[in-house]
Design a protein around this ligand. Structure first.
Ligand code: S3P
Length: 166
């Protein structure tokens, strides 16, 4: 079977959902941020700091191109990946895309409570994070909406995804 690809804003829960799904279906799990960190031997935060966002976006593009021949994988993408370099078109060729949709209130709470450092939200206050999320999500929503399926609220579970696919 072709791959299953989870997209959505940072901290929406793509990786958690993806890992569960990979376990259940016995598929390989690929997280694009982790893959880039492994390849570059450097954290995402460090890549942003040392080489800038554009360089990171190039690495994301290269990675997605390299995954084109994969099968039976669950791919969880970085939040910005679908929104650059026509990646969304490519993602829709590489697998069945699911947009894990949360609202700005939920997303900002999750970003503020997360252990992972998100370079784009770093050093911001609670209010600033909310405004940042709201504005960036508005810009990205058109890209995310190109996913084959959108999962909101109760649909964000592996049984629902399975019921769509099989
Ligand atoms: C980013 C999201 C992050 C990571 C990087 C940039 C973004 O991934 O790729 O910090 O531009 O939204 P997560 O969605 O896993 O947080």
């Amino acid at each position: 079977m072709k791959n299953i690809i989870l997209i959505g804003f940072m901290a929406c829960g793509k990786s958690t959902l993806g890992k569960k799904l990979a376990n259940k279906l016995n598929f390989e799990f690929i997280d694009t941020d982790q893959e880039i960190e492994k390849n570059e031997n450097c954290s995402v935060a460090e890549i942003f700091e040392k080489f800038g966002e554009n360089h990171f976006r190039e690495l994301e593009k290269k990675l997605i191109v390299s995954l084109q021949d994969k099968q039976n994988c669950i791919i969880s993408t970085g939040g910005g990946l679908p929104c650059f370099n026509e990646n969304m078109m490519l993602l829709n060729q590489v697998g069945t895309t699911f947009y894990v949709k949360l609202n700005p209130i939920e997303l900002s709470k999750r970003i503020l409570n997360a252990k992972t450092i998100r370079p784009l939200a770093k050093g911001k206050s609670k209010d600033e994070v909310y405004t940042f999320v709201k504005e960036l999500l508005a810009k990205r929503e058109d890209f995310y909406a190109q996913a084959k399926f959108t999962l909101s609220g109760k649909e964000q579970n592996i049984n629902f995804i399975e019921s769509i696919l099989f």
